[in-house]
Design a protein around this ligand. Structure first.
Ligand code: HEC
Ligand code: HEC
Ligand code: HEC
Length: 420
């Protein structure tokens, strides 16, 4: 049965692959690569908005030299060196080939890229923006860095089959502004759906790894963490306001909590480097015009410190394991420990990020010398599953802004999260 299904998929892909071979990669006119300082600066800014560096840099490697691994359901892939090195980088790539990669995910019919390179979002970038990024990338110092070979399983290791995938799932359309919205909203839409590719993590994917077009930004699991839903309703339900989003994008922290893991990288290498106006545009688009959704963190139980809570086991665990840093009342310590009272991570109903943060801890996340948080210890080996359950339910009941609408987590749910 499984074999037949696999065969069918394979045949389908080969058929589509053949079709796409004829369909090909649209021709694009070449334009000279700009070398003036203003265009290069513009390209540097747009490359930050697109966060090229987070993906094209390995742990401890130098910027843009690639080698970062990406685990997909089809195997492991490594990003390439995109410095203009003649042997191992992209020195010969013209602005036309570069735009074909950004817009169509391929600069020749024989070598389509895998969608780990987010051309599935970048196709919305304008040709001018692509050219500016190209000019910036070509102005970088060339660095020798060999490509780490991919480890994809058959048949996914056959590149031309990606044309079949592209035909099924990749959109080649350009960004179309919505004339009924103002410039700020449209700028936000251009960034969120295009260059800043927020949906690549925050939009759920289908079985073949494509973003679900009908559920934009509805939330998805990325590795062991969840990139939670960013729909206006979900953001408001978790207590976000537009201003707090802007603050979070700038500093990685806000009254609704701090950015960690993949999201910290996005803040550090991208969102914090944007102009205030662009951060406002992104937040405006996400909140869909409702600028001042109530931030209702304050509305929950105030000082809990000494008063008894019905979840006595959870409260005792909290006081002995967490309150030293996050405060007995969940208020945190200004600029040092994030508050749990009103924290958006607690307001996510499936509890994935809460349980994973407790289990794995968090690395210290510093934007610079003065902004950011130190590390949080991992509790995976210090607490039993049932203690995780009591503790999770206690912090949700005591501190989540939407506590009344959160179902208690069961032992089976928590165990499943811990097993990931
Ligand atoms: C989410 C991760 C991610 C982001 C963001 C990203 N890339 Fe990539 N990129 C990749 C991966 C992975 C590949 C290799 C895909 C493959 O092997 O098929 C790649 C391939 C490429 C290639 C093809 C290189 C070659 O040798 O053919 C270029 C050029 C490129 N990226 C440029 C960029 C630029 C410029 C940006 C920012 C505008 C960017 N990428 C952002 C992951 C990313
Ligand atoms: C040694 C201090 C310390 C202890 C103990 C500690 N935490 Fe944390 N916690 C932190 C810091 C610092 C962060 C933010 C890390 C970052 O973003 O870089 C954090 C982040 C979190 C987050 C993610 C939300 C956010 O806004 O970042 C949750 C949830 C959390 N802690 C819950 C707990 C719970 C529950 C316990 C007890 C089991 C606990 N913490 C124990 C320091 C601590
Ligand atoms: C590489 C994956 C990735 C990308 C790209 C990404 N995010 Fe995230 N995001 C996450 C993960 C994982 C979390 C959960 C961790 C956390 O809360 O810090 C998160 C959390 C968030 C949160 C906090 C939600 C909450 O309620 O706690 C916001 C807001 C957010 N992302 C906005 C964005 C926006 C806007 C973009 C595009 C500019 C973006 N993200 C791009 C992975 C990503």
């Amino acid at each position: 049965m499984l074999r037949a299904l696999f065969g069918l998929i394979l045949l389908g892909f080969i058929g589509y692959g053949a079709f796409a071979f004829l369909w090909g990669v649209p021709a694009v006119a070449d334009r000279p690569t700009a070398t003036d300082a203003a265009t290069i600066e513009e390209g540097r800014y747009l490359a930050a908005a697109a966060d090229c560096v987070s993906c094209h840099t390995s742990d401890g490697g130098s910027n843009y030299t690639g080698g970062r691994p990406f685990d997909t359901p089809f195997g492991r892939l490594y990003s390439p060196n995109i410095t203009p090195d003649a042997g191992t980088g992209i020195s010969g790539m013209t602005s036309a080939e570069f735009y074909q990669i950004m817009a169509y995910g391929a600069d020749s019919v024989l070598a389509p890229l895998y969608p780990a390179m987010p051309y599935t979002s970048f196709h919305l970038a304008t040709r001018d923006d692509s050219d500016a990024i190209h000019a910036y990338i070509m102005s970088l110092d060339p660095v020798v860095a060999e490509k780490v070979p991919n480890e994809l399983r058959f048949p996914f290791n056959i590149r031309p089959l990606m044309f079949g995938w592209n035909l099924l799932f990749a959109n080649r359309g350009a960004f179309v502004p919505d004339p009924s919205r103002d410039d700020v909203w449209n700028r936000g839409a251009y960034l969120v759906t295009g260059l800043a590719h927020c949906g690549e993590c925050h939009t759920p994917r289908n079985a073949l790894g494509a973003m679900e077009p009908d559920a934009p930004l509805a939330g998805a699991v990325v590795g062991t963490f969840e990139a939670p839903s960013l729909t206006p309703q979900a953001l408001a339900d978790r207590g976000w306001s537009r201003d707090h989003l802007v603050l979070y994008f700038e500093t990685g922290a806000s009254p609704e909590g701090s950015a960690f893991g993949e999201m910290f990288l996005a803040v550090k290498n991208s969102l914090s480097l944007l102009t205030h106006d662009d951060r406002v545009a992104i937040a405006t688009y996400l909140m869909d015009g409702s600028a001042d959704a109530p931030s209702h963190g304050e509305a929950t139980v105030a000082a809990l410190g000494d008063s008894a809570h019905p979840n006595a086991a959870g409260q005792a665990l909290y006081l002995s394991n967490c309150s030293l840093c996050h405060g007995p009342d969940g208020a945190g310590i200004a600029n040092t420990m994030p508050a749990l009272l009103g924290n958006a991570t607690l307001a996510q109903s499936d509890g994935i990020n809460l349980v994973q943060v407790m289990a794995q801890g968090v690395e210290g996340d510093h934007l610079n010398q003065t902004t950011g948080y130190g590390p949080m210890p991992a509790f995976r080996d210090r607490l039993t599953v049932s203690e995780f359950v009591d503790l999770s339910n206690y912090v949700r009941e005591a501190f989540a802004s939407n506590a009344a609408s959160l179902p208690p987590l069961t032992e089976a749910e928590v165990a499943a999260i811990l097993d990931k």
